[in-house]
Design a protein around this ligand. Structure first.
Ligand code: GLC
Length: 581
């Protein structure tokens, strides 16, 4: 029988190291803190960790601007401490994948310092340098995190290309030396024993070599203004389509260009030299699964999370499209939140009961077909924490948005705003609100860092209202214990991990489906409304043996037979049962 790879059965948990646990009391998370929390993670019941960048970095983009791929950030600890973390995780049966940022380095990386030092330096061609055009940049391309994608460097009189901040110059992946150096870095960590990589922003690795102008009619700023800081989800008006087309044209020459697939195949071959490692791509594009076995093992189903509300219709349409598009043998991968997005609890609540919805959304993640990725803090119900002062922002994307708003107000393009309005808009855009420190106890700074020490980002004050690990650990009704129980249920229920996905007819507010292996059939019924629902699923089977009922945390009542012609769901209720064959 074909052996099931670990990453198909695993639940991943993303750790943002700066915010997870501060072991040395300097206000910044570190390896000592991570080591200290390994028992917590084992107890939680996750199988694998995706660690956001832990490398040396000036932190202009919170670690996604790497200054040395072979050394950890000093404030996180030494390489030896990293190894202790890795070994400690492995000893507990937890795998670790690292974040690999291939597209760009920090402008403080020695490679770039050398590259910009002169036009003749052997590293010049490691980055993308071009002459200007008519006294301006080489073309009209935008950067995702600023205006022009080109930065003029007076010392050598040329421009360099950056898809993100100008502090993150793009590497030239057409240069074989770049590939060699980066592949060596990948090997360095694989040799150390890490279990794979989450590949950052792979779509941006290559650009159209002709540097042809983009053909969008709108500038990025105009687009942002139109979108009013929200995402145009679930709207299908002519104008929304126009904006989507403008966005497509804006980045058309800079994203998903020829060359990426070949590179992914080469990276896959490298990783396949090692046993049992995994590559997960930060991309929507299913095409990066290749033929199902020769590019990435997983790519995120981001389209699922791009909604103001997760409705059964939205989820079903997403699953139908996504599962049908997978190449043979490819395995899906679902997520609702990460360090770039608002927190799940805040994002989808929409004025309804956030706690109940968060539980429902976890049930969804753990019962859909595919590897789930969770984000640290969601297991205790952490929500977004918008910052009160622009001086507290650490995400330069938020700062840039704030400056843009202020400039627009100054130019009279938008009504003058009071400071609070401008801050609220900047907070909408900024990723800091979902990156605040983990809340461990009801103690100053949520127990993340000692009293009197300023954490690198403020701690959400609701640690004092029970949103913390220690208070929830012994409360059977807590979010934390809900996560633990749901993770245990998944682990012991093969059909929830490996089964086919078969949607069933149900009222619009309910999502009902089967997960089926040869040996087991599970029924999942999720009520997305605040009204109780009674479903008649008698056509599927007469009875189900309950594995989970919303009112019975911990899978209590397991074994109870339920009459499926009258399956009752509480508001936002969850039912998971096993059908007799
Ligand atoms: C990815 C990361 C994001 C980062 C960007 C540039 O999208 O998830 O945090 O800012 O790449 O590296």
């Amino acid at each position: 029988m074909k052996h099931t790879p670990w990453w198909q059965t695993a639940v991943f948990y993303q750790i943002y190291p700066r915010s997870f646990a501060d072991g040395n009391g300097d206000g910044i998370g570190d390896f000592a803190g991570l080591i200290d929390k390994l028992d917590y993670l084992q107890d939680l019941g996750i199988d694998a960790i995706w660690l956001s960048p832990h490398y040396a970095s000036p932190q202009f983009d919170c670690g996604y601007d790497i200054a040395d791929y072979l050394s950890p950030a000093e404030e996180y600890g030494t390489l030896d401490e990293f190894k202790r973390f890795l070994d400690g995780a492995h000893a507990r049966g937890i795998r670790i994948i690292l974040d690999l940022v291939l597209n760009h380095t920090s402008d403080q990386h020695q490679w770039f310092i050398d590259s910009r030092s002169s036009r003749d330096h052997p590293k010049r061609d490691w980055y993308i340098w071009r002459d200007g055009r008519d006294g301006g940049p080489p073309n009209n391309w935008h950067a995702a995190f600023s205006d022009s994608a080109w930065e003029y460097d007076a010392a050598t009189g040329q421009y360099y290309y950056h898809y993100f901040f100008k502090e993150q110059p793009d590497l030239n992946w057409r240069n074989p030396e770049v590939k060699r150096a980066m592949f060596d870095a990948a090997r360095f960590w694989l040799d150390l024993g890490v279990d794979g990589f989450r590949l950052d922003a792979i779509g941006t690795l290559f650009e159209d070599p002709t540097l042809a102008d983009h053909t969008a009619e709108m500038s990025q700023r105009d687009l942002f203004r139109e979108l009013r800081d929200s995402f145009p989800s679930q709207t299908d008006t002519e104008h929304a389509r126009y904006l989507a087309e403008q966005f497509r044209r804006l980045i058309e020459k800079q994203v998903d260009q020829p060359g990426v697939h070949e590179l992914m195949r080469e990276l896959r071959a490298l990783v396949d030299e090692y046993d049992d490692r995994v590559l997960v791509g930060e991309t929507d594009e299913i095409s990066y699964y290749g033929d199902g076995d020769n590019e990435l093992h997983l790519t995120f189903n981001f389209p699922l999370m791009r909604a103001a509300r997760l409705t059964p219709a939205w989820i079903l349409a997403n699953q139908a499209e996504r599962l049908a598009a997978l190449p043979p043998g490819a395995w899906p991968c679902n997520t609702l939140g990460n360090h770039d997005s608002p927190r799940v609890l805040s994002r989808y609540a929409d004025g309804r009961d956030p706690d109940a919805l968060a539980r429902l959304h976890l049930a969804l993640m753990l019962t859909l077909r595919g590897t789930p990725f969770l984000y640290n803090g969601e297991e205790i119900g952490m929500g977004d924490w918008p910052l009160a002062d622009i001086g507290q922002f650490r995400d330069n994307l938020g700062v840039w948005r704030y400056q843009m708003i202020m400039a627009e107000a100054d130019e009279g393009r938008i009504d003058a705003l009071d400071v609070n309005e401008a801050l609220a808009l900047a907070n909408n855009f900024s990723r800091d609100k979902g990156r605040t420190p983990m809340q461990w106890r009801n103690a100053p700074n949520g127990g993340f860092t000692p009293a009197g020490v300023a954490p690198w980002l403020p701690v959400h004050p609701n640690y004092a209202q029970g949103v913390n690990v220690a208070d929830q650990a012994n409360d059977p009704g807590s979010m934390l214990n809900f996560y633990r129980a749901m993770l245990r249920l998944r682990r012991r229920t093969p059909a929830l991990i490996l089964g086919d996905f078969e949607p069933l007819n149900a009222p619009a507010d309910c999502l009902v489906f089967l997960r089926r292996t040869k040996a087991q059939r599970c029924l999942v019924a999720l009520n997305f409304s605040e009204e109780p629902q009674t479903l008649d699923l008698g056509g599927v089977a007469r009875f189900a043996r309950s594995l989970w009922k919303a009112e019975e945390q911990g899978g209590g009542g397991a074994g109870e037979m339920i009459d499926l012609s009258r399956l009752m769901l509480t508001p936002f209720g969850i039912y998971i049962g096993e059908l007799d064959e």
